[in-house]
Design a protein. Structure first.
Ligand SMILES: [Zn+2]
Length: 117
């Protein structure tokens, strides 16, 4: 999902190019949304749309852009792993609830057996 790099941050249509505050994925919105909070298309977290486009720095040293790329990559992987952990935590919680229900049922059944004998 690599977007082609725009020659200019702000194009004719008045789009704003910026990065998600959480997962740093590149986002493009209409300039009318400047200053608003939108949900990121990738991670779903609310992120602030800047009034001005993030200015790409073509003069940045290669090492720095490489570090930024690695940092971004790391961040998106962190988001991904956090998502997995959250999912599994919910799953674990469900299984615990299920076990609790089964334990309660067991107690009920044992109670019933004691009464009938
Ligand atoms: Zn995001």
């Amino acid at each position: 999902m690599m977007n082609p790099v725009r020659p200019q941050a702000r194009n004719e249509a008045g789009d704003l190019l910026f990065k998600c505050q959480h997962c740093a994925s590149p986002l493009v919105v209409n300039a009318a949304a400047a200053g608003m909070t939108l949900n990121c298309q990738r991670c779903g977290n609310p992120t602030l749309v800047p009034v001005q486009s993030a200015t790409p720095s073509p003069t940045a040293p290669t090492e720095l852009t490489d570090l930024q790329r690695k940092l971004k990559e790391n961040e998106s992987q962190r988001t991904e792993v956090t998502g997995y952990i959250n999912q599994l935590s919910i799953q674990l919680h469900r299984w615990k609830l299920r076990l609790q229900t089964l334990n309660e049922r067991k107690t009920e059944l044992e109670e019933e057996r004691r009464r009938t004998t």
